[in-house]
Write a protein that binds this ligand. Structure first.
Ligand code: KMT
Ligand code: NI
Length: 178
């Protein structure tokens, strides 16, 4: 919870699980070493959840909005999904809380291999600034997610290669020795 695994390299439908054979799971501890953190919360009561309030206060997540990713409700659905699945990084942490449905976040490990993180209702995840990652719906084609941010949100994504950014170099050096 959530579960994560190394991906195969087939170019089949991105919405499929893409597990390696044999299955190679990735633990929460391994994700932590990459700077990826996870909480499991009560998504049915997100608007009054003291645990969420505490996380937001402690980490300064003052901004939040809710995005429903589904063909009929998201403007420019196809275009956005395509963008989300381009390998990219941000200058700030990416903080997402799945309120309904499910989805995958893929992150690169230290050896540049893809790890697929399966997120479902109640999972909150933080991806560190500078990590290469991407996002996709799974075969259910629906998720509702809270987006959190420290201060005014900056959604700008830099597609790979973005190795010259200071934040990228900072992230890479943070991996040393962990
Ligand atoms: C991103 O930058 O990868 C995203 O915003 C993913 C979609 S939000 C659930
Ligand atoms: Ni992103």
């Amino acid at each position: 919870i959530p579960s994560a695994w190394y991906m195969d390299s087939s170019d089949e439908d991105q919405r499929k699980p893409h597990r390696l054979r044999p299955h190679q799971p990735v633990s929460l501890d391994e994700l932590k070493k990459l700077g990826v953190f996870h909480w499991r919360l009560d998504a049915d009561h997100f608007d009054s959840d003291p645990e969420l309030r505490k996380i937001r206060e402690e980490r300064g997540y003052s901004y939040m909005d809710i995005i429903t990713i589904q063909k009929d409700t998201l403007p420019n659905y196809e275009e956005k999904l395509k963008m989300f699945y381009e390998e990219h990084l941000h200058l700030d942490d990416e903080i997402r809380y799945i309120l309904d449905g499910q989805a995958y976040f893929d992150v690169r490990d230290k050896e540049d291999r893809w790890i697929r993180i399966s997120m479902s209702k109640g999972d909150l995840i933080t991806l560190p600034a500078g990590i290469y990652h991407r996002f996709t719906l799974d075969e259910t084609n629906y998720t509702k997610a809270m987006r959190l941010f420290v201060g005014e949100p900056v959604w700008k994504a830099y597609n790979r290669p973005a190795d010259d950014f200071e934040i990228r170099q900072k992230y890479v050096s943070s991996l040393q020795g962990s």
